[in-house]
Design a binder for this molecule. Structure first.
Ligand code: ATP
Length: 264
């Protein structure tokens, strides 16, 4: 059996008296799109923040390719090949798509006698063009500020940037929540493309039909724990809703239901 690329075991996180995560397990395998679903407050965002190095757990273990790691900052997560596309996208609106791909990681040309270099715009534009082409992202224009692009194109720029700097896992928080039908289809194609380039994708979504359509595997959270883990081909909207609301994976779903007193 293939070992997980990224694994969370028994993660706990409290906010005051709220147990946001209460022994949550989670796995990401190589070359897959896996969906992370759960009702509001189930703990999805907290888990993603912990696995992105943006939040610290109170307990539990995180492993990358079977080795325990400390993801105690977003930079530490990046070093392990993990990136996150949050809903705000974190793009610089006045910069071009190419500039956004390199935001904070600008390529410098060597200066004279070891002096600080200056931005190598031509090299950055070339690499950005290659990255967009590799992922099949066709932008209306590569030279305009991203603020003038459509929501779907901005989302594509943010995903292309994550895929440029992460080589293991990209978390995507509701990437199609604000998009229309056509733009949603394009972004879902891009997500498949990222997976096909060898980077695993974790898709957080409330859209059950979309999750069943695009994901290879679905993990369901409820009350801070994973309560089901099933191949997407075995899932139905009814089985997912049952798992989200009662912890039971429902009839017809070959889900592994975690030990949960309500389903015992
Ligand atoms: N910074 C915080 N301070 C206090 N409570 C928090 C904080 N972050 C999360 N929580 C609480 O932890 C629980 C889990 O929240 P979380 O945002 O992780 O759930 P979620 O599954 O992502 O929900 P949603 O789908 O609504 O985004 C909730 O009860 C939430 O109110």
């Amino acid at each position: 059996m293939v070992a997980p690329l990224l694994e969370a075991r028994g993660i706990r996180r409290r906010f005051g008296h709220v147990h946001a995560l209460d022994g949550a397990d989670f796995t990401v395998f190589p070359g897959e799109i896996c969906a992370l679903i759960g009702d509001n407050g189930a703990g999805k965002s907290t888990l993603v923040k912990i696995l992105s190095g943006a939040e610290k757990p109170d307990g539990g273990e995180i492993l990358v390719e079977g080795r325990p790691v400390a993801l105690d900052s977003p930079l530490a997560a990046q070093r392990h090949g993990i990136a996150t596309v949050y809903q705000d996208l974190a793009l610089a609106p006045e910069l071009t798509p190419a500039d956004n791909l390199f935001l904070g990681r600008e390529t410098l040309r060597p200066g004279i006698l070891g002096a600080l270099g200056f931005l190598d715009r031509a090299a950055m534009r070339r690499r950005a063009g290659e990255q967009f082409a590799r992922l099949g992202v066709r932008l209306r224009s590569a030279k305009v500020p991203v603020s003038t692009l459509s929501g779907g194109q901005r989302q594509s720029v943010a995903i292309a940037r994550a895929a440029m700097w992460a080589d293991r896992v990209i978390f995507m928080d509701e990437p199609t929540a604000a998009l229309g039908v056509v733009q949603t289809a394009r972004v879902l194609d891009l997500i498949r493309q990222v997976r096909d380039q060898g980077i695993s994708v974790v898709l957080i979504s409330h859209n059950m039909p979309q999750v069943i359509d695009v994901a290879d595997r679905i993990q369901v959270m409820r009350l801070g724990r994973r309560v089901a883990d099933m191949p997407a081909r075995d899932a139905t909207v009814a089985s997912l809703v049952a798992a989200m609301t009662s912890g039971a994976a429902g009839e017809g779903a070959a889900g592994t239901v975690a030990d949960n007193e309500e389903t015992a």
